[in-house]
Write a protein that binds this ligand. Structure first.
Ligand SMILES: Cc1cc2nc3c(=O)[nH]c(=O)nc-3n(C[C@H](O)[C@H](O)[C@H](O)COP(=O)(O)O)c2cc1C
Length: 468
């Protein structure tokens, strides 16, 4: 039996919306485009998503404006509100959708972050989640006087200790921690709260959790990080992976890899849900969708953005190059690029990467703008097609169990989900692969998750044997 066939998928597909805020993938200069900071944009997207029975509203995190060579690198717009603040506001105008805050473990501290996340969880009625990232860019470090960023391995060592500490804080209130009656002498039950004392190479904390459990026990844990270390971290700690692997074949392969790692970690094969990020470009007919793709790509990456994008990898100004001409024929300044882009080089030197890109662009006859537009797209070409074509394709994803859902990155804010909710969701429902109502009120319910890992250690081995 192959590992992928052991997944007890439910034959359904779910949607989340990834509100990136500032990126190369949203058309900000169109007259129909909204603001990246007005609450109205968030409200409109979240309420449309909830009308379409989406599982989650997702916020990315960037703790510093992008910059390189001492200049702010704007992407047509710059600046985004703090995720948890915005999600708290959205909790008040939504009732079922999950609220996922991307928060990194490199610059935060567990005592503070665990409390803010459980506050969101309680205030939203059990709908909060934490998307755990370690953040791979150097410029963020300057905010915190830490002189850059930790090495990759060290970031994950800290992340592991961080998450264990956060879970311990959440679990420090026992189920019966509140004595229950206003008449009782003490509101808190004797021994209901256990202080958390942890000391390791990353943290030295002595803390008492400040809040009781929410209706979903504690926030759901997402993880986004694709290295082998990141994947092992996910199967040890997370409920859901926000992945980069969206194409059907790539998604199947990724699922197999994650299932193998999940079983090795002693968890049931289907315990870790997978939601790749993806862009959907839809229209009534295939031809119209292709035209729309062209239109979107031309507007996502303007001339100035294309040059600025390459400059990050070349480590020098490239003002003299024509955005509609070929890629620069000069070599990057290696030291600068390696230091500023973290792991974006995937182990290659800047010179190797530039040579590879030049060859690819020449081969395909692409200008700088066209090359950057393709390279910086959310996930390859995206899901492009007529409503019916894409509904059929998604039904295939659901039936093969390649993914549990997609985290959709709208290419325009705030109207980017309208065609998905109005035209795609009903077609998926007709095909029996999309929910027709929310299963529950908490995010854990709607994702179909088991109890939090820390609450089921005694049954874990048994469950694993049942599934395998
Ligand atoms: C789909 C996806 C979304 C991400 N979103 C963010 C984000 O919003 N903010 C951030 O700082 N890092 C984000 N990251 C980057 C992680 O912080 C980065 O990948 C991390 O350094 C982990 O490294 P790894 O991929 O080598 O495991 C994201 C990564 C992935 C795969």
């Amino acid at each position: 039996m192959s590992t992928s066939s052991r997944i007890a998928g439910d034959g359904k597909i779910q949607f989340g919306v990834f509100f990136q805020g500032v990126n190369h993938t949203t058309v900000w200069r169109d007259p129909d485009s909204g603001s990246q900071t007005d609450f109205e944009s968030f409200r409109r997207v979240a309420q449309t998503a909830e009308r379409g029975l989406f599982t989650a509203f997702f916020f990315g995190e960037g703790l510093r404006l992008r910059e390189h060579l001492g200049r702010i690198h704007d992407l047509d717009v710059a600046g985004r509100p703090d995720a948890q603040t915005a999600l708290a506001a959205l909790a008040a105008v939504t009732s079922h959708i999950g609220l996922v805050a991307t928060q990194n473990t490199t610059y935060n501290d567990p005592a503070d972050l665990a409390h803010r996340l459980s506050s969101l969880d309680l205030l939203s009625g059990g709908r909060a989640a934490w998307n755990i990232v370690t953040t791979d860019n150097a410029w963020t470090g300057a905010n915190f006087r830490r002189g850059g960023f930790l090495a990759h391995e060290d970031r994950y060592i800290r992340a592991e200790a961080f998450v264990q500490t956060a879970k311990a804080i959440w679990d420090s209130w026992a189920d019966g921690a509140i004595a229950g009656s206003r008449d009782s002498r003490r509101w808190l039950a004797e021994g209901g709260i256990t202080p958390v004392r942890r000391q390791d190479s990353s943290f030295d904390v002595d803390i008492t959790g400040r809040l009781p459990r929410s209706s979903q026990q504690h926030p759901v844990l997402f993880q986004a990080g694709d290295s082998a270390t990141g994947r092992d971290f996910a199967v040890r700690n997370a409920d859901v992976i926000f992945s980069r692997h969206a194409g059907l074949e790539a998604a199947r392969k990724f699922r197999e890899d994650i299932v193998a790692r999940t079983l090795k970690a002693g968890r049931p094969a289907d315990d870790v849900k997978i939601f790749p990020g993806q862009e959907f470009i839809l229209a009534p007919t295939a031809k119209e969708a292709e035209d729309k793709l062209q239109w979107v790509r031309e507007r996502q990456v303007g001339p100035q953005t294309a040059i600025a994008y390459l400059e990050q990898f070349w480590g020098r100004t490239l003002d003299e190059y024509d955005p509609d001409g070929p890629l620069p024929d000069i070599d990057p300044v290696v030291e600068v690029t390696n230091a500023t882009r973290g792991n974006a080089f995937h182990g290659k030197s800047a010179k190797e990467l530039a040579a590879e890109w030049r060859a690819e662009a020449t081969d395909k006859g692409l200008s700088i703008r066209q090359f950057v537009s393709q390279r910086s797209a959310v996930n390859g070409r995206g899901l492009v097609g007529s409503y019916d074509e894409v509904a059929d394709l998604l039904a295939e994803y659901a039936h093969t169990g390649a993914v549990d859902g997609f985290n959709i990155t709208p290419w325009i804010i705030p109207t980017g989900l309208d065609d998905i909710v109005n035209h795609l969701v009903p077609r998926l429902q007709e095909r029996g692969v999309y929910r027709t109502e929310y299963e529950g009120t908490t995010l854990r319910d709607n994702l179909g998750l088991r109890a939090p890992l820390t609450r089921r250690s005694r049954t874990r081995r048994q469950e694993s044997e049942d599934v395998a």
